[in-house]
Design a protein around this ligand. Structure first.
Ligand SMILES: *Cc1c(COP(=O)(O)O)cnc(C)c1O
Length: 396
């Protein structure tokens, strides 16, 4: 056996022995609050990003069908050659309109959008400053932006950010990047203060609002709406990135939204745009419809907020410590990775699909169960989930 195979096998064995090995579970039904897992049967899903219940919405599915019929299966090209379809323009205009930016540009994922944006925004000697709990795609994009001086500030620590910016005062351009909602803590970026600090230092603020879009604010516009801030201008966010793979239909895709010049520049320069195929038309059409529904039915967002509040109160009444936040992510800190995985397996036996996250996704010793709420959860779904959590409490 080669050295490489030997090494991989050893690692896999270690993962098995430590109880941290991840097994894939296969759904045989669409993503919805009730789904069927191959070999396990029906479960209630409390771990998807299907925040508004649009992943399997009949109109979203139908829009995908129509996109397939009208445009065919693939773009067979990158955007700048011949892979830009009318559905891309429609979707991008809608994203910009929804967020309140001048323009938007789609990518095949938010991972790609972050990479495309951050590697191109900064030049030699510029400063790229990132919250320590930012999403992996931002971390990796930062690593690729090696022409810049990169700094990381402690999570949501404005003094830390201020220090990093002061240290970067000689940099021609300074870019600060943050998640809008932090996916493992479920907390919200301190946007008003972040904007203030960036203005003070002449820095550009990039917000990846993947878990906030469709979730925060009365209309689900995201973290800026939550704080009553605009999506552009001196008082607002400079540039957004986000995903179409969560609240907005959940299929795939991501985007950058911001000033028209930024978007135009990315079309010219960003490598995932230049060298990787465009978002498939079926996905673009479904996402456009999903966003139309969000705009038309803000009551979905209201319903999500109600479900979040009910679940949090219910869990707290059972004695669970749930971090307080307006987002749809409710983490319960367990401690050891193996324990979090064991508890999530126990919940699954009771028909409640919740995932335990441990190292290396979160720091060792802070493994957690992460509950994600959806507007599509009914009262009965919540009751069943809380009953399972009550039983789990008795067993721990
Ligand atoms: C989920 C997520 C992503 C990745 O989105 P994809 O479109 O699936 O690549 C990027 N950034 C943040 C903050 C996320 O939560």
């Amino acid at each position: 056996m080669s050295v490489l195979e030997d090494r991989l096998r050893r690692t896999l064995t270690e993962l098995h022995e430590s109880g941290t090995y991840k097994s894939l579970r296969h759904l045989t039904t669409p993503m919805a609050p009730e789904a069927t897992i191959d070999g396990l049967g029906e479960v209630l899903v409390f771990c998807s990003n299907n925040y508004l219940g649009l992943a399997n919405h009949p109109e979203v599915v139908e829009a995908g069908h129509q996109g397939l019929d009208r445009y065919g299966a693939g773009t067979a090209s990158v955007r700048f050659i011949c892979g830009t379809f009318a559905c891309h323009r429609a979707l991008e205009e809608r994203i910009a309109d929804f967020l309140g930016t001048e323009a938007a540009l789609t990518y095949v994922s938010c991972w790609n959008a972050n990479e495309g944006l951050l590697t191109n925004l900064v030049e030699q000697g510029d400063a790229l400053i990132s919250d320590e709990l930012n999403h992996a795609s931002i971390i990796d994009a930062g690593r690729l932006a090696r022409q810049a001086t990169r700094k990381v500030y402690p999570h949501s620590d404005l003094d830390g950010l201020n220090t990093a910016l002061t240290e970067s005062s000689g940099a021609p351009a300074k870019v600060v990047v943050t998640d809008g909602v932090f996916s493992m803590e479920g907390d919200v970026a301190r946007l008003p203060e972040l904007i203030g600090t960036c203005r003070q230092h002449g820095a550009t603020l990039v917000v990846d609002d993947s878990h906030g879009t469709g979730v925060l604010g009365a209309h689900g516009r995201g973290v800026h709406e939550h704080f009553g801030l605009p999506g552009r201008g001196p008082e607002g966010v400079d540039i957004f990135t986000g995903t179409l793979g969560k609240a907005l239909g959940g299929a795939a895709g991501g985007y950058v939204a911001g000033p028209r010049d930024v978007i135009d520049y990315l079309i010219q320069r960003s490598r995932p745009q230049l060298f990787s195929n465009a978002l498939p038309p079926t996905v673009a059409c479904s996402a456009d419809k999903a966003l139309e529904i969000v705009q038309r039915e803000p009551e979905r967002v209201v319903r999500l907020h109600e479900n979040v509040a009910t679940m949090r109160t219910g869990l707290q009444d059972l004695g669970y410590e749930v971090l307080d936040s307006p987002t749809a992510i409710l983490p319960i800190i367990i401690g050891a990775t193996a324990d979090a995985i064991r508890l999530s397996n126990r919940l699954l036996e009771m028909g409640i699909f919740v995932i335990g996250f441990g190292f290396p996704v979160v720091p060792e010793g802070t493994a957690r169960l992460r509950i994600q709420m959806s507007a599509a959860h009914t009262e009965e779904h919540l009751d069943r989930a809380l009953a399972a959590f009550a039983k789990l409490k008795g067993e721990v």
